[in-house]
Design a protein around this ligand. Sequence first.
Ligand code: BG6
Length: 500
Amino acid sequence: MNTYTKPKTIIVIFGATGDLAKRKLFPSIYQLFKKEQISEDFAVVGVARRPLTNEDFRQNVVSSVSEVAKETEGLENFSNHFYYHPFDVTNTASYQELNHLLSTLDETYNTEGNRIFYLAMAPEFFGTIAEHLKKEGLTKTKGYTRLVIEKPFGHNHPSAQQLNKQIRQAFKEDQIYRIDHYLGKEMVQNIEVIRFANAIFEPLWNNRFISNIQITSSETLGVEDRGGYYEKSGAIRDMVQNHMLQMVSLLAMEPPIKLTTEEIRSEKIKVLRALRPVDETNLDEYFVRGQYGPGTMNGENVKGYREENNVNPESITETYVAGKLMIDNFRWAGVPFYIRTGKRMTTKSTKIVVQFKDIPMNLYYKKGVNEPIQNPNLLVIHIQPDEGITLHLNVRKSGQETQTTPVKLDFSNNSIDGINTPEAYERLIYDCIRGDATNFTHWDEVSLSWNFVDPISAVWESQITTDFPNYPAGSMGPKAADDLLATNGDHWWAVSELEK
Ligand code: BG6
């Protein structure tokens, strides 16, 4: 497809009255419209149970965009492209009526039969909707039809496989866009560029020069109103199976032959295939789980996880995971990839630290220390809230011939304000409209990730006794996570040490 022509399409959002649509999708589509990345030839059809009129729906769109957008120029005109269709997921007639509406809009907006079906609703309906879309002829148009599907993609490997089978009956793999919103983040997309567009990193990017890689994605929020979902998910399914493993695969993959979707995905898949399996025989060596108890955050007392709404008071669901991943291939043999993520931690931050090995012999002293010790070189990729990269080097301490002092070479990307901002979605929606699936997850990636995670959750769910809660809200997680690294002689780099 010629990427210079502005795409024309109808986007059908299932779950259009939900939170995701309001907070992310409407504002993102608005940005694309404002930046003229999509043409005037577009329409959005909101689908949900509630009986709203087009006017009500447009009003919702205007108010959600106004809440997040700094300027709202052209918003009225933009909202006139939105239509609402009250809908019952299991009712055949609903699909037929929707099809009729889409055909009419196709003529009005000249969208050439292009349709995107965006499933932003409860995952139990994903399969049913996909099947009905095909059965009732909504996928039969003269243009393209694509399915965008939000997480969670299944609950484990068998359920993901079942869901995949259902949606594959209606859509081919290359029509399916599985969202992992981390892949839409600016600095996650930058990982490949940092690695493959700079001569200085790639030669060192292996087990000869890298000591370990750490990925921390910490959150300050608790589970909020998602207790029901989270109880069944826990941090391993909510964050590790998708976002964390995706970042690992981008950091560890071989350079693709070309920057095409297929080539990049195929390299990422190889990384996931090389992950050393973890199960009941070695779990304690590789993974630590945690659950937050009551604590203090910003001077305020906050509840423990077990006191949250819709959470079992004796819950053994983990709200924190730390892991040591080994990638058993030629490049990475022996290099631990440490990951950690959790709710109610000290700070909201996602950072990647690439720690280089010590130099063979250190001739210099660190300031104030008589022994020759060195600060390892670090490459820090700041994903959020700040965006950029920092390289930690050692330089001569002024006037001290044998002493060094650490310095940071810093690049700041134009930081976007706020966290989990619509920008990630904006990029992903745009990619989908243009037919670029690179930053979406292929079924093989989803499948391999579940295969890695399933044995871990199986063990945790079967061990009823835990020391939970084992970290207070407002801390960086349980002590066991420090021990996990200490056994290798490593330690977590604190966010404060990594600040620019
Ligand atoms: C989502 C998880 O996928 O990612 C949430 O379901 C989590 O529990 C969120 O809070 C984190 O995203 P971000 O972009 O704020 O780091």
